[in-house]
Design a protein around this ligand. Structure first.
Ligand SMILES: *[C@@H]1O[C@H](CO)[C@@H](O)[C@H](O)[C@H]1NC(C)=O
Ligand SMILES: *[C@@H]1O[C@H](CO)[C@@H](O)[C@H](O)[C@H]1NC(C)=O
Length: 461
């Protein structure tokens, strides 16, 4: 499925017209400013560490490159078992001075995030920071979806967020907060188990969750509402903004291998997608709202393209209809995600979105309920061909998309006091600082575990 040359030419004109003038990224404030690369983005991965003996070295040896950023998923409140399970990884990542996007998932609901939970978090973050970990706390991500217990509860979510942010600032010197909804196409994701159901009384009750979510005031929570702003906890408690942006395929239900449409990644971020998956042009321009307007650096928390091993003709699933080859499908996505100039695949990401500072590929192969339980290989590391081509592509722009060594050299001269000074500059500039709280300081040693259980990654939309 290739675009005709004529079609490509038309698209390129459109992209050239649509792209905003690219300006150099402004200097970023605070802790995030010291962690973000001056140009381009750190290259990160979400990895199933259990496939690599829970050894980062094994992964790096297998992949051939060292990711600058890693994702760790943990239930929150923290449990002894999970803390022990991640300790080995935290030690390895700390020794590398790698970024850890620590994704805290309150599966028991937001009510459980009480003083005890916060106090435990404080102690643990301080201990991990002492190992060298550069933590970016992605608390309760995809909060605007309908598939997580913490979803679609904006009032409580924002209040709990502020408490978590306070702990992060007070108990660490380098750690930061990443606010990361799901990209908004498909909102309000009707039918999910945690969708907020609103009747007219609730919609009309000023200040209620329902009233907040019906922000276009048409009487319903629907596609026409801004699905980002009601969940935004405030400039003073957000260091980074982010999105999960997947190519799930062309049309719901997912599971078929389809080459992504040109420009889809860009359009999902700017709220201009209107293609096979429907007209989603009601979705606000996330980059404009949060990066240009509020000055927040951006993290692509998770991205990848769905490649179903058991779609007919897929690798490992026998004969069937001819389907796009894995390289055609995944390559079309990574050429969009890491574009440094406008091409037939889409607009330049680095030129249009200079404040995207970290991009994590979901480098995992796993069964997905969304694909009828078939195994989806989202990864770029499983197949040698894919790995080689992926690395070749991102390294064509090696001063823009950068691996761990560049992060290590940036972080080398930075001490805790460098970060404190950066925070002080922000405070002096008028942004509301968060008051440190006493009593959050005694790092506790945790035992290193011999075995490790993989984090359950929930099925998601
Ligand atoms: C959350 O935001 C993403 C991105 O805007 C969107 O695709 C999704 O539909 C939203 N979900 C909800 C429940 O608002
Ligand atoms: C609306 O929902 C609330 C909460 O479930 C309920 O208490 C109330 O009676 C409902 N009102 C109407 C008019 O259905």
């Amino acid at each position: 499925m290739r675009l005709s040359l004529l079609f490509c030419a038309v698209l390129m004109l459109n992209f050239a017209g649509a792209a905003r003038p690219s300006k150099p990224a402004p200097a970023l404030p605070g802790r995030a400013g010291l962690i973000a690369p001056a140009k381009g983005a750190w290259l990160g991965m979400a990895i199933d560490y259990s496939k690599f003996g829970n050894s980062i070295t094994n992964y790096e040896a297998s992949f051939g490159r060292k990711p600058a950023s890693h994702i760790i998923f943990m239930s929150f409140p923290l449990s002894d078992g999970e803390v022990q399970n991640v300790q080995g990884l935290m030690t390895q990542l700390g020794a590398r001075k790698a970024i850890v996007i620590l994704t805290l998932e309150p599966y028991g609901g937001l009510d459980l995030i009480d003083q005890n939970a916060l106090s435990r978090l404080s102690t643990q973050l301080a201990a991990w920071e002492q190992l060298g970990v550069i933590g970016i706390i992605r608390f309760a991500h995809e909060m605007n979806g309908s598939w997580y217990p913490w979803a679609q509860k904006p009032t409580q979510y924002k209040a709990v967020w502020r408490n978590v942010a306070q702990v992060v600032k007070a108990s660490t010197c380098k750690m930061t907060m990443l606010w990361a909804p799901n990209e908004g196409g498909g909102y309000p994701f009707s039918g999910g188990p945690y969708q907020l159901k609103c009747n007219q009384t609730q919609i009309n009750e000023a200040g209620s969750d329902c009233a907040q979510l019906d922000n276009n005031k048409n009487g319903y929570v629907d596609q026409g509402d801004d699905m980002y702003s009601p969940y935004y906890p405030g400039d003073d408690v957000v260091d980074w903004v982010g999105l999960s942006v997947y190519h799930f395929g062309a049309t719901y239900p997912w599971g078929a291998n389809n080459v992504p449409e040109a420009g889809k990644f860009y359009n999902k971020i700017t709220g201009t997608y209107n293609g096979a998956g429907g007209d989603q042009s009601n979705v606000p321009d996330f980059y404009d709202m949060f990066c240009r307007t509020r000055g927040k650096p951006m993290v692509i928390g998770e991205t990848a393209a769905l490649y179903n091993l058991c779609d007919k003709g897929g690798r490992g699933c026998g004969a069937g209809d001819p389907k796009p080859q894995e390289l055609t499908l995944k390559g079309a996505w990574w050429r969009q995600v890491y574009a440094t100039s406008a091409t037939s695949d889409g607009p330049s990401i680095s030129a249009n979105f200079p404040m995207i500072k970290i991009i994590n590929w979901f480098d995992i192969k796993k069964p997905e309920g969304e694909a009828e339980g078939n195994t989806v290989d989202w990864s770029v590391s499983t197949s040698t061909t894919i790995k080689t081509q992926y690395i070749k592509f991102v390294e064509q722009a090696s001063t823009t998309w950068q691996w761990l060594p560049a992060l290590q050299s940036q972080m080398a001269g930075l001490s805790c006091s460098s970060f404190q000074q950066a925070s002080a500059v922000v405070a002096a500039a008028g942004s509301k600082p968060i008051k440190p709280r006493p009593g959050f300081s005694s790092p506790r040693r945790t035992k290193r575990s011999a075995s490790f259980t993989p984090f359950p990654r929930p099925l998601r939309h």
